[in-house]
Design a protein around this ligand. Structure first.
Ligand code: TYM
Length: 378
């Protein structure tokens, strides 16, 4: 069995997602549950159908709550350590689809505190600038401005400090050490941080559903141990796999490794060059061999990216798969297909980034105003 690591701060090796379900104690999204959710969502359904979102905690209870008219709320987040790459927005896009389907409130936490503490080479000024930049990219994804609250931890802390302390008081050092692998070298700010990532799961008295990649699950495990004792509900989660890095199946796309990722701000030419130069190909060594044996879509990163995110249309994806596997489509042509879709997506996205007003999400929209009026003092 190959070795791999999945923690909130490190993903490396060839991740075995089936094994991870057992190790983390989560549940596979089975056919029955998938159909139940698919019956409710339209856009974004392909991410569920194709198994990109593969694991969960209590998703069935979320759907039960919906049938009973109780509803639920959504929570996700981003650590602003640098510019965002396309992997980072996948859970956000899925969250937006869920918001559209269920009309649920969405809370998006910007963990400027976490990234300042963890990335010791960064200044506060840099983290602050990335927060502003990342919020803009997230807001541009089209969340409902009246039902979405995007907040920076350092700013919103004044409203939640008592709740944060109540949460922190429930988590021992030995639990945090066991779950997050803290060592003697970990700075003490990081010891407190996990409590803050748990706090938003308590923002409403309804069940909280968290869409994120599976690297964030550690926090939810602790949340589920302490929530009921604090008078709240256990958080539910829906976990995605990682969009693979350009170079292939190991680890995840990483902002600190330029050549592994496509950033939201990459221009057309950069995207083209990166894909052509770095995207691992499932093509054969010679054209003759490729025509005879066909390409391997299972390892071809350009194909994988289309399958996981950039090509929602099943029939179109199937056409590409057949062309490639039969050898009619060459590796360079496969890359062309991906480059065109990525660039179309980024052009549309950056147009929205120019136009979006982030205030609605952070301060002036209906939910944002309500949140700034609320302090969790009881
Ligand atoms: P961060 O900024 O590391 O990641 C943001 C979100 O992107 C997911 N993610 C990926 N998804 C698919 N493919 C990838 N290659 C990939 N890389 C990252 C992450 O799982 C995450 O959902 N501490 C958190 C911020 C946070 C948060 C949350 C995230 C605060 N509260 C609640 C999710 C849910 C962080 O630094 O995420």
């Amino acid at each position: 069995m190959g070795e791999y690591t999945v923690t909130p701060w490190e993903v490396s090796g060839a991740v075995d997602y089936e094994r991870l379900i057992k190790e983390f104690g989560t549940s596979r999204i089975d056919e029955k549950l998938r159909s139940r959710l698919l019956a409710k969502i339209k856009d974004g359904a392909y991410m569920l159908r194709r198994g990109f979102f593969f694991s969960h905690r209590d998703l069935d209870l979320v759907l039960d709550d919906c049938s009973k008219g109780k509803g639920f709320f959504l929570y996700t987040g981003r650590g602003p350590s640098g510019p965002m790459h396309i992997g980072h927005i996948i859970p956000m896009v899925f969250t937006r689809h869920l918001q559209q389907a269920f009309g649920a409130n969405v809370y998006i936490q910007i963990t400027d505190d976490e990234k300042f503490l963890y990335k010791r080479e960064r200044t506060w000024k840099e983290i602050d600038a990335y927060s502003e930049d990342n919020i803009r990219h997230i807001a541009a994804l089209g969340f409902d401005p009246d039902k979405t609250f995007i907040f920076r931890n350092s700013e919103y802390v004044r409203n939640v400090y008592p709740l944060l302390l109540k949460t922190a008081r429930k988590i021992t050092y030995s639990t945090a050490k066991a779950v997050f692998g803290f060592t003697n070298e970990t700075n003490i700010g990081m010891l407190m941080f996990p409590a803050y990532q748990i706090v938003p799961t308590f923002f409403e008295k309804k069940r909280c559903l968290i869409p994120a990649a599976i690297d964030q699950d550690n926090y939810w495990r602790i949340q589920r141990d302490i929530a009921e004792g604090m008078g709240y509900q256990k958080a539910a989660a829906i976990h995605s796999q990682f969009l693979p890095p350009l170079a292939g199946v190991c680890g995840k796309m990483s902002s600190s490794k330029e050549e592994t990722a496509v950033f939201l701000t990459d221009d057309e030419k950069t995207v083209k060059n990166k894909i052509n130069k770095y995207a691992f190909s499932g093509g054969r060594t010679t054209i003759e061999e490729h025509r005879r044996l066909g390409g391997n879509t299972k390892v071809d990163v350009a194909f994988q990216w289309m399958s996981l995110f950039f090509e929602p249309d099943d029939a179109e994806l199937e056409r590409i798969r057949k062309e490639y596997e039969s050898g009619r489509m060459l590796s360079g042509e496969m890359k062309q297909e991906a480059i065109r879709r990525i660039n179309e997506f980024l052009a549309k996205h950056n147009d929205a980034v120019q136009k979006v007003s982030i205030e609605k999400y952070t301060h002036t929209g209906r939910l944002a105003r309500k949140m700034w009026e609320t302090t969790y003092l009881e």
